[in-house]
Write a protein that binds this ligand. Structure first.
Ligand code: UDP
Length: 393
């Protein structure tokens, strides 16, 4: 609510305002993008002592469904001031002012969002004023539009919000709380720098036409500066994402190369240990054993060459010492058994020869049988041929 303008808010000598700004200066403004993980898009704006958070969800299914618009998305905005956002506790119940601000912000955003791309859906924008110091509706509009851009909602342009007002008969830019309350009036505007289009314009107080025009012009200049801050905030976030995406493959490749190097090194080392150490030691152990036993079995060397680790080689050579004694005993046993078997075989052979000789006397009879059968078969064939010839004739 605008005051009567009697309170001195501008120094006559310096022309500076109560916070030290010139008439055409914005408050220090900063925007952070993507501050909420659960939202599709979000932005946090610091505009002087204002701290306002905007979160965007959607386009998503609308409940209740009867509110859905058949040809476009419904843009729903919820502007809320936290109870702790002002010096005097604000009631948590949504006030008429909050409902009004929600509506004007929603209308402004509706003018740039390509709502027809998402029929029957809703785009929900939640604005929470954490700290208020005048001009919260404009700062909220800026934050909301930046959050929409962060959510990837297609828009014709980006809206930047800022107010210009009348303080001690001077048109000033971006009023803070005292100027808003004690000044003669303020004109909050929403302006898209890329479209050169005003999407929100309100007026509180009394202005002459010249003052009005000057105020709108000043506000547009301020909005253009805010647009640059919005762009920078969005660029900063997406530059980070791009850097992350661009950096990942290189890191992965480097990691892969490192692992490949490690693997190849370890392979080379293991091969070297197998080729040189293991085999050398195996051969050395064989040679010592050879000296002891005076024998060198090729099987043993083959077994040792297959063993990769030196410890295993040692184990194998120990086992072989024991097994050699066992094999000598086995060889004796095997030779005994073989001799017995040979003797048995000789006896069997002799018996078989006898049987064959006895059978050799019966062979002619068998041959007679076969000849008779052959003759009968040949006779049958002849008769068959005769029959076929008869039939053919
Ligand atoms: N304000 C308050 N309590 C309220 C609502 C508003 O103290 O319940 C103060 C607050 O400092 C806020 C200012 O009034 O910043 C209103 O200025 P703003 O630009 O945010 O809203 P507008 O004047 O555009 O309605």
């Amino acid at each position: 609510m605008a005051g009567d303008g009697s309170v001195k808010l501008i120094d006559e000598k310096t022309g500076k305002r109560t916070d030290g700004r010139k008439f055409n200066e914005l408050r220090p403004t900063k925007i952070e993008v993507g501050v909420l993980n659960n939202a599709d898009g979000s932005a946090l704006i610091y505009m002087g002592n204002n701290k306002i958070l905007a979160a965007v969800y959607g386009p998503r299914e609308l409940h209740p469904k009867h509110l859905a618009l058949p040809d476009r998305a419904l843009v729903q905005c919820y502007y809320r001031m936290s109870t702790f956002s002002v010096a005097e506790r604000k009631s948590p119940a949504p006030s008429r002012r909050e409902r009004e601000i929600s509506k004007v912000i929603s209308d402004a955003l509706n003018s740039v969002i390509l709502t027809k791309d998402f029929p029957r859906t809703t785009i929900d924008i939640y604005i929470q004023v954490l700290q208020a110091d005048g001009g919260t509706r404009c700062a909220s509009l800026t934050a909301a539009c930046t959050a929409l851009a962060d959510a990837g909602i297609p828009m014709r342009g980006i809206i930047s919000g800022v107010a210009a007002g009348l303080v001690n008969d001077t048109v000033v830019l971006d009023l803070h709380d005292i100027e808003d309350q004690k000044g003669s009036g303020d004109i909050p505007i929403g302006y898209s720098a890329t479209l050169d289009e005003i999407s929100l314009l309100q007026l509180d107080g009394v202005f002459t036409i010249e003052q009005f025009e000057e105020a709108v012009k000043l506000a547009i200049e301020g909005a253009k500066q805010i647009y640059e801050i919005q762009k920078e905030a969005l660029r900063e976030k997406y530059a980070q994402i791009r850097a992350e995406f661009a950096g990942e493959p290189e890191e992965e490749e480097a990691e892969e190369e490192d692992t490949m190097e490690i693997v190849s090194q370890s392979l080379a080392e293991s091969e070297a240990s197998v080729d040189e150490t293991a085999i050398d030691e195996a051969v050395a152990s064989e040679e010592t054993e050879e000296k002891k036993t005076g024998e060198k079995t090729t099987i043993e060397i083959e077994e040792v060459s297959e063993v990769e680790e030196v410890s295993e080689v040692e184990e194998v050579s120990e086992v072989e010492e024991v097994s050699e004694v066992e094999t000598d005993e086995h060889q004796d046993l095997v030779s005994d058994i073989a001799e017995e078997l040979n003797e048995e075989l000789d006896e069997d052979e002799k018996e078989l020869e006898k049987e064959l000789n006895s059978l050799g006397t019966e062979k002619p009879e068998e041959n007679d049988d076969t000849t008779t059968t052959n003759t009968t078969e040949s006779e049958d064939d002849e008769t068959e041929h005769e029959e076929i010839n008869d039939l053919e004739e």
